[in-house]
Design a protein around this ligand. Structure first.
Ligand code: ADP
Ligand code: ASP
Ligand code: MG
Length: 348
């Protein structure tokens, strides 16, 4: 049974990681291990692989027939996984399937979608997948309590940000939240919630930008002042280059926050560039791990790095560019940041 001195750990699983029965078996084992190590676990996960892209296509409004086809594909993908997990998607996801159909029909009819409608439809990906995830884990005897991340993560108004950026590329605060820690601890040792989604001060759904589940997980880690943030994904860690493109790429076992920030900012999709700051502010180590083979060491990102690693950590090639380097905390993926910064170079 839980006691009040137990520490939190945040585990984030990406789209590919939550899309197959074999991965879900691994996830259940990983969770059991963490719980038996004495941690309280906050599990944050993404939509099933490819679902957010499909939802974006519906928003892009490709016409009624195509929209209907995409809605059917999304439902089928959830039904197929549910069947493999011995669950009934139509029973578990009835509300979300209905909302998906209604919103998709509305967009096809009106031929447009406002930013809040876009956020609501995008949020359905994570809402659907986490409902299946919670049902599966409970079937495995893990008492996972499903929480709506929109009741926990509130976005903050960013000065000079456009309406689009406030709704589709939202930012939350990174303060520790003791009340939240107490509330979640009173509910279960295992909390399961969505990546990518939050709500604004009016309670409306917002999203954190594509790939934003990493960022959500880091916000949760900050709020819970977790001992560790584990990012579980489809590669064995952060590499010197994308291992899917450069097979000889080297695994980077240890990185400082600054090095990882640099690599993520330069395009290593494995970690969203805005994911590092919230953990870094609280000195929470980030581990990148491979869901398919949990025993592999992976990459650890922290403030203390042994000096045995190669001095050149990663290489990116860019041609015909002039590099202007500037940096402030909170600039990553912030819509309009560069436009503002380059204002001074404009001829009058
Ligand atoms: P998830 O769905 O788990 O969030 P992503 O697709 O967002 O996973 O990120 C993982 C992908 O990042 C890998 O499949 C890999 O192709 C890509 N990637 C790009 N650069 C790197 C890198 N330097 N190291 C590791 N993976 C990288
Ligand atoms: N599902 C969202 C996306 O694909 C968020 C994430 O997976 O990180 O962008
Ligand atoms: Mg990702």
């Amino acid at each position: 049974m839980s006691n009040s001195s137990q520490n939190w750990i945040v585990l984030k699983f990406g789209g590919t990681s939550v899309s197959s029965q074999s991965n879900w078996q691994n996830i259940a084992t990983i969770l059991k291990n963490r719980l038996s190590e004495g941690y309280r676990v906050c599990l944050v996960h993404s939509a099933l692989s490819g679902v957010s892209n499909k939802l974006e296509k519906i928003i892009g409004n490709t016409g009624n027939d195509v929209t209907e086809k995409i809605v059917d594909e999304i439902k089928k993908q959830h039904r197929d996984l549910a069947r493999d997990l011995d669950l009934d998607a139509d029973e578990l996801l009835q509300e979300e399937f209905d909302e998906l159909e209604q919103l998709a029909r509305g967009i096809a009819l009106l031929q447009e979608a406002g930013y809040h409608v876009q956020a609501r439809i995008m949020a359905l990906g994570e809402l659907m997948s986490t409902k299946l995830g919670a049902a599966y884990l409970n079937k495995q005897g893990l008492k996972a309590v499903w929480k709506d991340a929109r009741d926990i993560l509130r976005s903050v108004p960013v000065k000079n940000a456009s309406e689009k950026s406030l709704v589709l590329s939202a930012v939350c605060d990174t303060d520790e939240d003791k009340a939240l820690q107490k509330e979640l601890a009173s509910e279960s040792d295992l909390i399961l919630t969505q990546g990518f989604i939050a709500s604004d001060t009016d309670g409306e759904t917002v999203v954190l930008g594509r790939g934003g589940s990493d960022v959500s997980a880091s916000y949760f880690a900050a709020k819970l002042t977790a001992d560790r943030l584990e990012i579980w994904t489809d590669v064995p860690g952060m590499f010197s280059s994308n291992p899917h493109e450069i097979p000889s790429a080297r695994l980077l076992q240890q990185l400082s926050y600054a090095e990882a920030q640099e690599i993520a900012t330069n395009g290593a999709k494995v970690l969203h560039p805005r994911c590092i700051m919230p953990a870094r502010v609280h000195n929470i180590p980030i581990q990148i791990k491979w869901t398919q083979d949990p025993k592999q060491e992976g990459t650890t990102i922290s403030s203390t790095v042994a000096n045995e690693e190669a001095l050149v950590k990663a290489i990116s090639v860019r041609e015909n560019v002039v590099l202007v380097s500037m940096e402030t905390l909170g600039m990553w993926q912030q819509v309009g940041f560069l436009a503002d910064a380059f204002q001074v170079f404009k001829r009058h």
